[in-house]
Design a protein around this ligand. Structure first.
Ligand SMILES: [Cu+2]
Length: 120
């Protein structure tokens, strides 16, 4: 039981670290407060599907990534920030830097992937 709780805490910590790479850590107090409500949260290994909106700030077709300045994503308690996500060629080929977009996210552990994107 103690091990399970520790695993959940570590999983959440790594998710926060990955998401906060280029952002301030202002979400840390929220994350601590949420620990007591983890019973209903999915395990760290279960992909979380979320939707977001933001602006495309960079595209790297070679690396298969798209960088988005995105708004808060309540599904994973992320604050607004700018970060890179994995993205398939269908996404990196059609999106343009400067586009304001709505997007679907698949968050699996510490990795995030944009699975769909549409211009606002
Ligand atoms: Cu983020």
């Amino acid at each position: 039981m103690n091990y399970l709780r520790l695993s959940l805490v570590l999983g959440l910590a790594s998710l926060t670290a990955a998401c906060g790479q280029k952002a301030e850590r202002s979400a840390s107090s929220e994350m601590t407060d949420s620990m007591d409500n983890m019973a209903m949260a999915p395990a760290a290994t279960t992909p979380i599907l979320a939707k977001g909106h933001g602006t495309v700030t960079a595209i790297d077709k070679g690396a298969g990534t798209i960088t988005l300045a995105h708004g808060p994503i309540p599904e994973v308690k992320w604050p607004a920030m700018t970060m890179a996500f994995k993205a398939a060629p269908t996404i990196t080929d059609t999106a343009q830097v400067g586009d304001e977009v709505n997007f679907d996210l698949r968050i699996d552990g510490s990795a995030g992937e944009v699975t769909a994107i549409s211009k606002k």
